[in-house]
Write a protein that binds this ligand. Structure first.
Ligand code: ZN
Length: 422
């Protein structure tokens, strides 16, 4: 009996591109099977199975969008979300600086209407509320939306798209500003989402979106930012082209240090009032120089990732061979991709710690590493602490300065395993 269908195996999996609807079949990187990264396992379930899904990113040869197929339904991912943005102080500060910039640059005031899509627990909109600028949050996860409502931030519990945009427009009016931080990449129906923003925007309104930049992901080997929640891996030129299809012009772009290299784009209706900044052309050129317009550079990524996995395992194995103890810091989505892809469990990392009370006492998905309060570090004095949210390296190494008392050292896994300067 034939064990597999050779033709299917050769052709592999195909699905329709979420930006241009062409058939997608080129592999970008295959990270194996992992459970959804935000489902931290409760102690009573620790002996039960978890559902694993493929974590395989593909490239659309037609529009060059790097993407996952929709393995996990958005309802499963986002309806009870464990990530409360307010637990990251640097993220709340970043939001405060954004609001100051937006109010100043777009002249927002008490007559304006601001929408934030994926407003989480109100970490950002609270800054508009304190400036008396009308704002509405749109957040599909009821548990985090409740935290925002408790802070008197009007929040609608709904997935954003053309349908909800029409309802929002009727209830609160059209937008002077629509913003979305780390949402564009998480949207399964990209065209319906962008179409919704087009509908909700005033003729002279502005859209700003922040998202991790594919250029940085590839340059800095950030494969652990690939997870099921994160459907698209966005190059600037792909976003410009996709917005243009919906009658929206990207008129400016900025590089941000958040999340290890994000960009913020500014868009308006086609032929809107603002000039197209020189930053737009410069960013397109940067992407073209790196080779993002052609498929060849994408084909090199998988080998780079496999190499980085071997270096990390080598470090951890050597540490254990020398009788050193290793713990981790944080239980972010990216950490779960890294731990599962590299096959790291309590054999190599004894435990991790996290400030979020929603994660304490639980276990990391798949890898089943226990998550404790950060006090555990002082109690057990590990020799090495692997910082899983490496984008917060500075903030975390400062918090952990005291580990020097016993000669402890922080380590980051990305782009390559490295001891942190302390
Ligand atoms: Zn495409």
């Amino acid at each position: 009996m034939e064990r597999y269908n050779a033709k299917t195996l050769e052709k592999g999996h195909t699905f329709s591109c979420r930006a241009c609807e062409a058939e997608v079949s080129s592999s970008f990187v295959n990270l194996g099977m992992t459970p959804p990264c935000q489902n931290h396992v409760e102690p009573e379930n620790v002996n039960l199975h978890e559902v694993y899904y493929p974590l395989h990113a593909y490239l659309c040869d037609s529009c060059m969008l790097v993407q996952l197929d929709e393995y996990v339904s958005p309802d499963e991912i986002f309806s009870d979300y464990a990530y409360f943005s307010s637990y990251s102080t640097s993220w709340v500060e970043h939001a405060g600086r954004y609001v100051d910039m937006a109010v100043d640059r777009f002249g927002l005031g008490s007559e304006s209407q601001v929408y934030e899509i994926a407003s989480n627990d109100g970490y950002l909109l609270q800054h508009f509320v304190s400036k008396h600028i009308p704002c509405t949050g749109v957040e599909p996860a009821a548990n985090v939306a409740e935290a925002a409502i408790a802070k008197n931030i009007p929040t609608e519990v709904v997935f954003f798209g053309t349908e909800s945009a029409n309802l929002l427009a009727k209830k609160y009016g059209l937008a002077d500003l629509i913003l979305g931080n780390n949402v564009l990449a998480h949207v399964p129906k990209l065209n319906d989402f962008i179409g919704g923003m087009k509908l909700l925007l005033k003729p002279d309104g502005v859209i700003t979106m922040e998202f991790p930049h594919l250029l940085q992901l590839m340059k800095n080997n950030q494969y652990d930012t690939i997870y099921h929640e994160h459907f698209s891996y966005l190059a600037f030129f792909v976003v410009v082209n996709t917005f243009a299809k919906h009658g929206l012009d990207v008129f400016d772009v900025e590089v941000l240090p958040t999340h290890g290299g994000s960009i913020r784009i500014f868009a308006q209706h086609q032929d809107g009032p603002r000039e197209i900044s020189a930053n737009v052309g410069a960013m397109l050129e940067l992407e073209q120089e790196y080779g993002l317009f052609e498929p060849e550079v994408y084909q090199l990524f998988a080998a780079q990732v496999r190499n980085s996995k071997r270096r990390l395992l080598e470090f951890l194995i050597k540490a254990h061979d020398q009788g050193k103890s290793v713990a981790a810091y944080g239980a972010p989505g990216k950490g779960n991709t890294l731990l599962n892809y590299c096959g790291i469990g309590t054999d190599l990392i004894e435990y991790t710690v996290d400030l979020s009370p929603h994660k304490n006492g639980r276990y990391t998905p798949g890898s089943r590493i226990p998550i404790f309060h950060p006090d555990r570090i002082r109690e057990t004095k590990p020799d090495f602490i692997l910082i899983l949210p490496w984008n917060l390296e500075k903030e975390i190494t400062q918090q952990l300065e005291y580990i020097r008392e016993w000669g402890g050292q922080c380590v980051v896994p990305i782009p390559e395993v490295r001891l942190c300067a302390q």
